[in-house]
Design a protein around this ligand. Structure first.
Ligand code: ADP
Ligand code: MG
Ligand code: MG
Length: 448
């Protein structure tokens, strides 16, 4: 287990005192969330959950994650431009998954009518864990890529200052000074502003779609406040911070989605890019030859991308699918079973994974899932600070996300950037779950 901060981790009095200071620093810096009870007003807000101490991240893996981000931007872009690939890859999924099928239907319809806009704005976040593996030195392994509504670019830009303050209070001034500048919200806003500019109408606005329940309003405001205030009605850019789960849509919402998709507005993301972020597509990318076909003449990108992949398996109605199901039932702790869903809390592990596979193994329903090797990071100790929760030391693992922004104009990629990172940390007893799902907390990487 990593021994970072071991001189203070077990000093209870010190930890109590510093935790109180850390919470105040979080409130001051704006690491905020609305409460569950009052999710749509800001009369009562509290700090968003965060770690007391920054977590160790191997610098080589951190650099690797940044270095591959532009490749992932290229890859998502290439997939979204490749209707044949999407159709072929999602063919079995859309037979059994109504939500993906509905998205796909809109995708087909706008292609048939011809796209009204050749500008595309992509904002994604590629997430990784540091697999401990057998050799002992950790490896960067991708968990997933989020191509719609990737969150926490705002709040993560503010956690660094909190952790810097905490380290300074603890007398660790040298360590504090090494924490890196990180402002992905600024990068996201830059992408949106650039797309707006290329759209080319002074009176047009950016349309920001948010969920009914708006606990994470402060994260979104960070991006919004980086943009200019404008009047008018014409929409230049549609920026989705919802629309990725079935409950975001009723019949009218599906009609609105089609309307926006058919419009001249720049969509972030357009529906093809959203589909490019499905777990099924991620699994298909791991098949031999797929990356090479999508990114021809780009062997370096392909090698960097492939190095971050762990084992991913289709559960098609064939011998290979049967074999993987038998393997997973025999050794469920080796795998994660994933449906085509976003937002945390949807995956299946251990006993649940086994039960679901036993129940669906003879039905086409099994093809709505993919199977993935479980990434097993080395745990480390930290304190997870949450409003109204007792302070206790926890064994934790971290997930690093890198934000990517790109813009395509017709055939040209006019922007392709990485714009910052997000580190989220959770207690090892939770298999799944992000910050919004109440499991992980915000963190800052401390490079080792
Ligand atoms: P979502 O789109 O719902 O965020 P993810 O694929 O990111 O779906 O899975 C949710 C969480 O489950 C991750 O944040 C991570 O904690 C855990 N998880 C997902 N895949 C793996 C894996 N292969 N190994 C270990 N943990 C995983
Ligand atoms: Mg996701
Ligand atoms: Mg995720």
């Amino acid at each position: 287990m990593t021994a970072l901060w071991k001189d203070i981790l077990h000093n209870e009095q010190l930890i109590q005192d510093v935790a109180a200071i850390a919470v105040d620093a979080a409130l001051l810096e704006g690491v905020l969330m609305r409460t569950e009870e009052d999710s749509n007003v800001s009369d009562v807000v509290n700090f968003a959950p965060f770690t007391l101490l920054p977590s160790p991240v191997p610098s080589t893996l951190f650099e690797q994650a940044y270095a591959v981000q532009q490749d992932f931007n290229l890859l998502v872009d290439a997939i979204s431009q490749n209707a044949e690939f999407l159709e072929h890859t999602l063919a079995s999924t859309i037979q059994v998954d109504a939500f993906t099928a509905q998205l796909f239907k809109i995708h087909k319809q706008v292609l048939k009518e011809g796209l009204a806009q050749s500008l595309i704005l992509g904002i994604n976040r590629s997430d990784y864990m540091f697999d401990h593996g057998e050799e002992g030195s950790p490896a960067l392994k991708q968990v997933e890529i989020n191509t719609i509504a990737a969150s926490f670019a705002g709040l993560t830009s503010r956690t660094t200052a909190v952790h810097r303050h905490v380290l300074n209070i603890l007398g660790k001034t040298k360590e504090a000074s090494t924490l890196m500048y990180n402002n992905p919200a600024k990068g996201l806003a830059m992408g949106i502003a650039k797309a707006w500019e290329l759209y080319g109408s002074d009176r047009a606005v950016v349309m920001f779609l948010v969920e009914d329940i708006q606990r994470n309003i402060f994260d979104q405001r960070c991006v919004e406040n980086e943009l200019w205030n404008r009047d008018g009605q014409e929409v230049a850019v549609v920026y989705y911070r919802e629309g990725y789960v079935p409950k975001n849509y009723n019949k009218q919402n599906w009609e609105a989605r089609l309307l926006m998709e058919s419009s001249k507005a720049v969509k972030c993301p357009d529906i093809a890019t959203q589909l490019a972020g499905t777990k099924k597509v991620q699994q298909e990318l791991s098949q031999p030859g797929t990356l090479e076909r999508l990114l021809p003449n780009n062997t370096e990108s392909v090698a960097r991308l492939r190095a971050t992949f762990t084992g991913l398996y289709a559960l098609d109605m064939d011998k290979e699918g049967d074999k993987m199901i038998a393997m997973a039932i025999a050794d469920p702790d080796r795998f994660v079973l994933k449906p085509q869903r976003e937002g945390g809390g949807n995956n299946l592990y251990g006993e649940n994974l086994k039960q679901v596979l036993e129940k669906t193994k003879d039905s086409p329903e099994r093809t709505s899932y993919i199977l993935m090797d479980k990434i097993k990071p080395q745990p480390m100790m930290n304190y997870l600070l949450r409003a109204h929760s007792p302070l206790k030391i926890s064994e934790c693992v971290s997930e690093l996300g890198i934000f990517g922004v790109y813009i395509r104009q017709g055939k040209d990629l006019v922007m392709n950037k990485h714009v910052g990172h997000l580190l989220r940390t959770k207690a090892v007893e939770h298999d799944d779950g992000g910050v919004a799902a109440g499991v992980a907390v915000l963190d800052t990487p401390y490079l080792i």
